[in-house]
Design a protein around this ligand. Structure first.
Ligand code: AMP
Length: 287
Protein backbone atom coordinates (compact mmCIF):
# COMPACT_ATOMS: atom_id res chain seq x y z
CA UNK A 1 0.00 0.00 0.00
CA UNK A 2 1.38 3.40 -1.05
CA UNK A 3 2.14 5.83 1.80
CA UNK A 4 2.51 9.61 2.02
CA UNK A 5 4.21 10.96 5.16
CA UNK A 6 4.65 14.68 5.89
CA UNK A 7 5.66 14.62 9.53
CA UNK A 8 9.33 14.09 10.43
CA UNK A 9 8.55 12.10 13.59
CA UNK A 10 6.19 9.80 11.66
CA UNK A 11 8.86 9.23 9.03
CA UNK A 12 11.46 8.43 11.69
CA UNK A 13 9.09 5.94 13.29
CA UNK A 14 8.52 4.28 9.91
CA UNK A 15 12.27 4.21 9.16
CA UNK A 16 12.98 2.56 12.53
CA UNK A 17 10.27 -0.04 11.93
CA UNK A 18 11.73 -0.86 8.50
CA UNK A 19 15.21 -1.20 10.06
CA UNK A 20 13.88 -3.44 12.85
CA UNK A 21 12.19 -5.69 10.27
CA UNK A 22 15.46 -5.86 8.32
CA UNK A 23 13.84 -4.39 5.19
CA UNK A 24 16.41 -2.83 2.84
CA UNK A 25 15.50 0.77 1.97
CA UNK A 26 16.52 2.60 -1.20
CA UNK A 27 16.07 6.36 -1.19
CA UNK A 28 15.56 8.84 -4.04
CA UNK A 29 15.66 12.50 -2.92
CA UNK A 30 13.93 14.94 -5.30
CA UNK A 31 12.41 18.41 -5.45
CA UNK A 32 9.29 16.97 -7.09
CA UNK A 33 7.49 17.89 -10.31
CA UNK A 34 8.64 14.49 -11.43
CA UNK A 35 9.60 13.54 -14.97
CA UNK A 36 11.02 10.41 -16.65
CA UNK A 37 14.50 11.18 -15.27
CA UNK A 38 13.25 10.93 -11.69
CA UNK A 39 11.13 7.88 -12.52
CA UNK A 40 14.16 6.05 -13.95
CA UNK A 41 15.93 6.63 -10.60
CA UNK A 42 12.90 5.26 -8.73
CA UNK A 43 12.74 2.16 -10.97
CA UNK A 44 16.45 1.59 -10.41
CA UNK A 45 15.95 1.95 -6.64
CA UNK A 46 13.11 -0.61 -6.77
CA UNK A 47 15.39 -3.08 -8.57
CA UNK A 48 18.00 -2.73 -5.85
CA UNK A 49 15.97 -2.80 -2.63
CA UNK A 50 12.52 -4.12 -1.55
CA UNK A 51 11.35 -0.74 -0.18
CA UNK A 52 11.71 2.62 -1.95
CA UNK A 53 11.31 6.01 -0.27
CA UNK A 54 11.10 9.13 -2.46
CA UNK A 55 11.37 12.54 -0.82
CA UNK A 56 9.74 15.59 -2.35
CA UNK A 57 11.07 18.79 -0.87
CA UNK A 58 11.88 22.07 -2.59
CA UNK A 59 14.81 22.96 -0.37
CA UNK A 60 14.99 26.71 0.33
CA UNK A 61 18.57 26.38 1.62
CA UNK A 62 19.92 25.54 -1.84
CA UNK A 63 18.37 28.51 -3.65
CA UNK A 64 20.01 31.93 -3.84
CA UNK A 65 17.96 35.05 -3.00
CA UNK A 66 17.33 35.91 -6.67
CA UNK A 67 16.69 32.33 -7.80
CA UNK A 68 13.45 30.50 -8.61
CA UNK A 69 12.48 29.02 -5.20
CA UNK A 70 9.04 30.65 -5.18
CA UNK A 71 8.10 29.73 -8.73
CA UNK A 72 9.69 26.26 -8.79
CA UNK A 73 6.93 23.97 -10.17
CA UNK A 74 5.04 21.83 -7.64
CA UNK A 75 2.36 19.13 -8.08
CA UNK A 76 2.40 16.70 -5.17
CA UNK A 77 -0.72 14.75 -6.18
CA UNK A 78 0.57 13.94 -9.62
CA UNK A 79 4.02 13.17 -8.13
CA UNK A 80 2.54 10.63 -5.66
CA UNK A 81 0.70 8.86 -8.46
CA UNK A 82 3.86 8.70 -10.60
CA UNK A 83 5.99 7.43 -7.69
CA UNK A 84 3.48 4.60 -7.10
CA UNK A 85 3.44 3.68 -10.80
CA UNK A 86 7.26 3.60 -10.92
CA UNK A 87 7.45 1.18 -7.98
CA UNK A 88 8.02 3.59 -5.09
CA UNK A 89 6.45 2.66 -1.75
CA UNK A 90 6.51 5.88 0.26
CA UNK A 91 6.68 9.62 -0.42
CA UNK A 92 8.17 11.77 2.32
CA UNK A 93 7.14 15.40 1.76
CA UNK A 94 8.01 17.50 4.81
CA UNK A 95 7.20 21.18 5.31
CA UNK A 96 10.07 23.68 5.13
CA UNK A 97 9.13 25.06 8.55
CA UNK A 98 9.64 21.60 10.07
CA UNK A 99 12.95 20.95 8.31
CA UNK A 100 14.30 24.41 9.20
CA UNK A 101 12.44 25.52 12.35
CA UNK A 102 13.14 28.87 14.00
CA UNK A 103 16.64 28.85 15.43
CA UNK A 104 17.93 26.33 12.88
CA UNK A 105 21.70 26.89 12.84
CA UNK A 106 23.65 23.91 11.48
CA UNK A 107 24.93 23.51 7.92
CA UNK A 108 27.24 21.07 6.17
CA UNK A 109 30.08 22.53 4.13
CA UNK A 110 31.91 20.47 1.50
CA UNK A 111 35.03 22.51 0.96
CA UNK A 112 36.75 21.80 -2.32
CA UNK A 113 34.38 20.11 -4.72
CA UNK A 114 31.83 22.84 -3.97
CA UNK A 115 34.14 25.54 -5.29
CA UNK A 116 33.84 24.82 -8.98
CA UNK A 117 31.17 24.77 -11.70
CA UNK A 118 27.72 25.41 -10.15
CA UNK A 119 29.35 26.11 -6.80
CA UNK A 120 31.14 29.11 -8.31
CA UNK A 121 28.00 30.61 -9.87
CA UNK A 122 25.55 29.63 -7.11
CA UNK A 123 27.25 30.52 -3.80
CA UNK A 124 25.87 28.46 -0.91
CA UNK A 125 24.03 26.06 -3.22
CA UNK A 126 25.98 22.92 -2.27
CA UNK A 127 25.99 23.88 1.41
CA UNK A 128 22.19 23.73 1.14
CA UNK A 129 22.31 20.47 -0.83
CA UNK A 130 24.73 18.72 1.55
CA UNK A 131 22.72 19.88 4.57
CA UNK A 132 19.35 18.66 3.30
CA UNK A 133 20.73 15.37 2.00
CA UNK A 134 22.39 14.60 5.36
CA UNK A 135 19.18 15.54 7.21
CA UNK A 136 17.08 13.36 4.89
CA UNK A 137 19.54 10.46 5.28
CA UNK A 138 19.17 10.75 9.06
CA UNK A 139 15.37 10.81 8.88
CA UNK A 140 14.88 8.10 6.22
CA UNK A 141 17.92 5.96 7.20
CA UNK A 142 18.31 4.24 3.83
CA UNK A 143 21.09 1.77 3.10
CA UNK A 144 21.26 2.94 -0.52
CA UNK A 145 20.41 6.16 -2.36
CA UNK A 146 20.15 6.86 -6.10
CA UNK A 147 21.22 10.20 -7.61
CA UNK A 148 21.22 11.31 -11.26
CA UNK A 149 24.39 12.05 -13.21
CA UNK A 150 22.49 15.04 -14.62
CA UNK A 151 23.67 16.81 -11.44
CA UNK A 152 27.15 15.34 -11.71
CA UNK A 153 28.76 17.74 -9.24
CA UNK A 154 26.04 16.99 -6.71
CA UNK A 155 26.68 13.25 -7.13
CA UNK A 156 30.43 13.72 -6.57
CA UNK A 157 29.75 15.91 -3.51
CA UNK A 158 27.33 13.40 -1.97
CA UNK A 159 29.76 10.53 -2.54
CA UNK A 160 32.40 12.62 -0.74
CA UNK A 161 30.01 13.46 2.11
CA UNK A 162 29.22 9.78 2.65
CA UNK A 163 32.91 8.86 2.59
CA UNK A 164 34.06 11.72 4.82
CA UNK A 165 31.32 11.34 7.44
CA UNK A 166 31.44 7.51 7.50
CA UNK A 167 27.82 7.01 6.50
CA UNK A 168 26.79 3.43 5.71
CA UNK A 169 24.89 4.32 2.54
CA UNK A 170 25.72 3.12 -0.97
CA UNK A 171 25.45 5.98 -3.44
CA UNK A 172 24.38 4.85 -6.90
CA UNK A 173 24.65 7.16 -9.93
CA UNK A 174 22.10 6.89 -12.73
CA UNK A 175 22.79 8.02 -16.33
CA UNK A 176 21.12 11.17 -17.65
CA UNK A 177 17.65 10.61 -19.11
CA UNK A 178 17.03 12.72 -22.23
CA UNK A 179 14.15 13.78 -24.43
CA UNK A 180 14.08 12.17 -27.89
CA UNK A 181 16.07 15.07 -29.37
CA UNK A 182 18.75 14.97 -26.66
CA UNK A 183 17.66 17.69 -24.22
CA UNK A 184 18.33 16.49 -20.66
CA UNK A 185 15.04 16.16 -18.77
CA UNK A 186 14.61 18.73 -16.02
CA UNK A 187 11.72 20.14 -13.99
CA UNK A 188 12.95 23.56 -15.15
CA UNK A 189 12.30 22.71 -18.83
CA UNK A 190 8.73 23.71 -18.00
CA UNK A 191 9.86 27.35 -17.92
CA UNK A 192 10.97 27.28 -21.59
CA UNK A 193 8.85 28.97 -24.28
CA UNK A 194 8.58 26.99 -27.56
CA UNK A 195 11.37 29.12 -29.10
CA UNK A 196 13.57 28.63 -26.02
CA UNK A 197 12.89 24.89 -26.07
CA UNK A 198 14.49 24.80 -29.54
CA UNK A 199 17.46 26.91 -28.39
CA UNK A 200 17.94 24.71 -25.31
CA UNK A 201 19.19 21.94 -27.60
CA UNK A 202 22.46 23.85 -27.92
CA UNK A 203 23.67 22.29 -24.65
CA UNK A 204 23.35 18.77 -26.03
CA UNK A 205 24.80 19.82 -29.40
CA UNK A 206 27.79 21.45 -27.71
CA UNK A 207 28.49 18.31 -25.65
CA UNK A 208 28.22 16.16 -28.76
CA UNK A 209 30.70 18.42 -30.54
CA UNK A 210 33.09 18.22 -27.57
CA UNK A 211 32.79 14.45 -27.58
CA UNK A 212 33.33 14.32 -31.36
CA UNK A 213 36.50 16.40 -31.10
CA UNK A 214 37.80 14.18 -28.32
CA UNK A 215 36.97 11.11 -30.41
CA UNK A 216 39.05 12.56 -33.24
CA UNK A 217 42.01 12.82 -30.89
CA UNK A 218 41.73 16.39 -29.57
CA UNK A 219 43.31 16.52 -26.10
CA UNK A 220 43.58 20.30 -25.63
CA UNK A 221 40.79 21.07 -23.15
CA UNK A 222 40.86 24.77 -24.09
CA UNK A 223 39.95 23.99 -27.70
CA UNK A 224 37.08 21.78 -26.62
CA UNK A 225 35.84 24.48 -24.21
CA UNK A 226 35.92 27.09 -26.94
CA UNK A 227 34.16 24.82 -29.45
CA UNK A 228 31.35 24.16 -26.96
CA UNK A 229 30.98 27.84 -26.01
CA UNK A 230 30.88 28.84 -29.67
CA UNK A 231 27.98 26.50 -30.44
CA UNK A 232 26.03 27.93 -27.50
CA UNK A 233 26.81 31.57 -28.28
CA UNK A 234 25.91 31.32 -31.94
CA UNK A 235 22.50 29.92 -30.96
CA UNK A 236 21.40 33.36 -29.72
CA UNK A 237 19.20 34.11 -26.70
CA UNK A 238 21.67 32.22 -24.54
CA UNK A 239 24.36 33.15 -22.02
CA UNK A 240 27.13 30.73 -21.10
CA UNK A 241 27.52 30.48 -17.34
CA UNK A 242 30.30 27.93 -17.77
CA UNK A 243 31.53 25.61 -20.50
CA UNK A 244 34.11 23.50 -18.69
CA UNK A 245 36.36 20.52 -19.11
CA UNK A 246 37.17 19.18 -15.65
CA UNK A 247 38.65 16.24 -13.80
CA UNK A 248 35.66 13.97 -13.05
CA UNK A 249 36.83 13.30 -9.48
CA UNK A 250 38.17 16.64 -8.24
CA UNK A 251 36.07 18.80 -10.64
CA UNK A 252 39.09 21.04 -11.23
CA UNK A 253 39.71 22.49 -14.68
CA UNK A 254 42.16 20.50 -16.75
CA UNK A 255 44.35 21.75 -19.57
CA UNK A 256 45.28 18.50 -21.28
CA UNK A 257 42.98 15.50 -21.34
CA UNK A 258 44.97 12.46 -20.31
CA UNK A 259 42.48 10.09 -18.65
CA UNK A 260 38.78 10.78 -18.67
CA UNK A 261 37.25 14.21 -18.42
CA UNK A 262 33.86 15.66 -17.68
CA UNK A 263 32.40 18.15 -20.14
CA UNK A 264 30.08 20.33 -18.05
CA UNK A 265 27.78 23.15 -19.13
CA UNK A 266 25.53 25.69 -17.46
CA UNK A 267 23.66 27.99 -19.81
CA UNK A 268 20.96 30.58 -19.40
CA UNK A 269 18.32 30.14 -22.10
CA UNK A 270 16.25 33.28 -21.64
CA UNK A 271 15.65 33.40 -17.88
CA UNK A 272 16.10 29.66 -17.39
CA UNK A 273 19.40 28.22 -16.21
CA UNK A 274 20.01 24.73 -17.60
CA UNK A 275 22.86 22.32 -16.90
CA UNK A 276 24.11 19.24 -18.73
CA UNK A 277 27.26 17.16 -18.90
CA UNK A 278 29.00 14.32 -20.66
CA UNK A 279 31.69 12.02 -19.35
CA UNK A 280 34.49 11.42 -21.83
CA UNK A 281 35.75 7.85 -21.50
CA UNK A 282 39.09 7.12 -19.88
CA UNK A 283 40.59 5.13 -17.02
CA UNK A 284 40.29 8.11 -14.63
CA UNK A 285 36.55 8.50 -15.12
CA UNK A 286 34.46 7.24 -12.20
CA UNK A 287 30.86 6.31 -12.77
P1 AMP B 1 15.76 17.35 -8.66
O1 AMP B 1 14.33 17.06 -8.41
O2 AMP B 1 16.01 18.16 -9.88
O3 AMP B 1 16.49 17.84 -7.44
O4 AMP B 1 16.43 15.95 -9.00
C1 AMP B 1 16.30 14.85 -8.14
C2 AMP B 1 17.22 13.73 -8.61
O5 AMP B 1 16.86 13.37 -9.95
C3 AMP B 1 18.68 14.15 -8.66
O6 AMP B 1 19.49 13.07 -8.24
C4 AMP B 1 18.89 14.46 -10.11
O7 AMP B 1 20.23 14.30 -10.54
C5 AMP B 1 18.01 13.43 -10.77
N1 AMP B 1 17.64 13.84 -12.13
C6 AMP B 1 17.01 14.98 -12.51
N2 AMP B 1 16.90 15.03 -13.86
C7 AMP B 1 17.48 13.90 -14.33
C8 AMP B 1 17.69 13.38 -15.63
N3 AMP B 1 17.30 14.02 -16.74
N4 AMP B 1 18.32 12.18 -15.74
C9 AMP B 1 18.75 11.52 -14.63
N5 AMP B 1 18.57 11.97 -13.38
C10 AMP B 1 17.95 13.14 -13.22
Amino acid sequence: MFELIRDIKDMKRRSSALRDEGTGVAFVPTMGYLHEGHLALIRKAAELRPFVVVSIFVNPAQFGPSEDFERYPRDIERDCRLVGEAGGDLVFAPAAADIYPNGYDTYVEVENRSRYLCGASRPGHFRGVATIVLKLFNIVRPDLAVFGEKDYQQLVIIKGLVRDLDLDIDIIGHPIVREADGLAMSSRNKYLSPAERVRALCLYNALQEGSRLHGEGERDAGRIRRAMAEIIEKTGGTVVDYASVVDPDTLEDIETIRDGALLALAVRVGETRLIDNLLLPGPGATR
